[in-house]
Design a protein around this ligand. Structure first.
Ligand SMILES: C[S@@+](CC[C@H](N)C(=O)[O-])C[C@H]1O[C@@H](n2cnc3c(N)ncnc32)[C@H](O)[C@@H]1O
Length: 269
């Protein structure tokens, strides 16, 4: 079994897939693939694949005899990804594994993708070295990581700080904890990658149902413990704080990501 310190329940994985994926991770996957020229027969690994938002997008780009592998630390995320994968010419190989221990041979892949995973890896340097190991010499790492705290998460964290506590507020900010482009650039270079593209992707995250989308986040248990009155207050305050982002009654909040594309260089050590 993969590292069990970070395992989610199946219910949490399904909530992630039904709320956060359509609102954010699927649009980010589409925006990323629009910027990347993926050969139709490429061998590709999606690392920290979650429930497979990006893996599905990659699958739809591979028209030839490519190979696709999805790897995530969470067994439940991988299970949901496997259950979600539509019938196609490609049988995705799914593995529950830590990024530092990818169960694939050296130099197996033309492309390695990490969509919104790097910020959660405890040993980022070892993670990137492991990705370097499985990439072919002319391969590419495509990495996205949020570039600024989104107005939504900022407003949510502030409301949680006021009404629930610091631990919940920190969880709401966690996806944005690693966002300095210069730090990511140095990390990539230190892991022997040469950056060939550093771009920005700006998404509009839609909230069709703010209450449900807040309750689908990892802070759900903290909010439930705080009780219904607090939940109502948090949702009301977040909505008020974001009033400038309502368009025709729907909340649409911008969210920006770094997009890096880097190629492995031969080791100098
Ligand atoms: C925000 S989600 C992104 C998932 C997916 N890439 C997407 O776009 O929907 C972060 C993912 O990183 C995974 N993760 C965290 N630490 C990991 C590790 N050490 N090795 C592999 N995956 C990890 C989590 O299980 C989670 O699925």
């Amino acid at each position: 079994m993969a590292n069990d310190k970070f395992q989610l329940t199946k219910e949490a994985a399904l909530k992630y897939d039904s709320h956060s994926v359509p609102a954010m991770f699927a649009p980010l996957a589409r925006a990323t693939m629009e910027k990347i020229d993926l050969p139709p027969s490429a061998h590709v690994i999606d690392i920290a694949c979650g429930t497979g938002a990006l893996t599905r997008e990659i699958t739809s780009c591979l028209t030839g005899r490519g190979r696709i592998v999805g790897v995530d630390l969470n067994e439940t995320m991988v299970t949901v990804a496997r259950e979600n994968q539509p019938e196609s010419n490609h049988n995705v190989e799914w593995y529950a594994a830590d990024v530092c221990n990818i169960p694939c041979d050296d130099k197996s892949f033309d492309f390695g993708f990490i969509q919104q995973g790097l910020q959660f890896f405890p040993d980022k340097s070892a993670s990137l070295k492991e990705v370097h190991r499985v990439l072919r010499p002319n391969g590419r790492l495509v990495l996205t990581c949020w570039r600024a705290v989104s107005p939504f998460n900022g407003a949510l964290a502030d409301a949680l700080e006021r009404h629930v506590g610091e631990t919940a507020a920190t969880k709401a900010r966690a996806p944005f904890s690693f966002r300095d482009g210069n730090v990511i650039t140095k990390l990539l270079r230190d892991a022997e990658f040469e950056i060939v593209l550093h771009d920005a992707v700006v998404l509009e995250r839609r909230f069709d149902d703010l209450h449900s989308q807040i309750m689908a986040l990892p802070i759900e248990a903290d909010l439930r413990q705080a009780g219904d009155t607090v939940i109502k207050t948090v949702v009301t305050e977040v909505s008020a704080e974001l009033s400038q982002y309502y368009k025709d009654g729907i909340l649409c909040v911008p969210q920006e990501a770094h997009l890096f594309c880097a190629k492995p260089v031969a080791s100098t050590k």
